[in-house]
Ligand binder design. Structure first.
Ligand SMILES: [Mg+2]
Ligand SMILES: [Zn+2]
Length: 215
């Protein structure tokens, strides 16, 4: 899994925007409601990941990469919903990731415990440093597991996003800003952060084609 600092941050921004588009009612619950939603999703996906990891026959089916992608999506959503920057937290803990299932589960468990405390109203500033530590370690463990098992989590996330766009609705890119990309003038959607190229179809309607970026 590439650890280009932009990668985690861009995935988090996109993930949060996708979630807001697909589940607007969840995003109306306020910050702690949204944080609890992502925390619950993270807990469920870690359960699925470990179930696959402990069934050796299924690992070769590629399910491991798909489940680690699910964990990564919720982990990044959670970090973004907590108003934190994934790359900063990751960089602080990158060398501490062990890449074992146990270390990943421990980091996620500690994050969930802190979210539990936030949700019941414990002092947020006092929890802040601990939260930064464990969120960073959680991201470091995800990247370490991906590297150890050679799982292309970013490609999995992009693939899943296409499937979910088909199920719940793709962004219509109604708010675009021009952006130069490799010498070509393209458009950056201010809602979903996709980079798109404009086309006019035979009936004269504008359509947008997703431009692949180096994430
Ligand atoms: Mg899953
Ligand atoms: Zn868009």
């Amino acid at each position: 899994m590439p650890t280009n600092p932009d990668t985690l941050d861009r995935l988090a921004l996109r993930g949060l925007a996708d979630s807001a588009r697909w589940f607007p009612e969840l995003h109306d619950r306020g910050q702690i409601g949204l944080v609890v939603h992502f925390a619950l999703g993270l807990a469920g996906e870690v359960g699925e990941l470990i179930e696959v990891a402990e069934s050796p026959g299924r690992v070769i089916d590629g399910e491991l990469g798909a489940e680690l992608a699910d964990v990564t999506i919720y982990a990044l959503d959670l970090v973004a919903a907590l108003d934190r920057t994934p790359s900063i937290l990751y960089d602080a803990q990158a060398l501490n990731g062990e890449g074992t299932w146990t270390s990943l589960v421990v980091a996620v468990g500690q994050v969930l415990n802190l979210v539990k405390k936030l949700n019941r109203g414990d002092n947020a500033p006092e929890l802040g440093a601990k939260l930064d530590h464990w969120l960073g370690l959680m991201l470091a463990e995800i990247v370490a597991v991906a590297d150890l098992f050679r799982l292309d989590v970013v490609a999995e996330i992009i693939r899943k996003r296409e499937v979910l766009n088909g199920r719940w609705g793709a962004c219509e890119h109604v708010s675009l800003e021009g952006e130069e990309h490799r010498g070509e003038l393209l458009w950056r959607c201010q809602v979903c952060f996709d980079l798109v190229r404009e086309h006019r179809d035979t009936a004269g309607y504008l359509t947008y084609e997703l431009v692949a970026e180096d994430l």
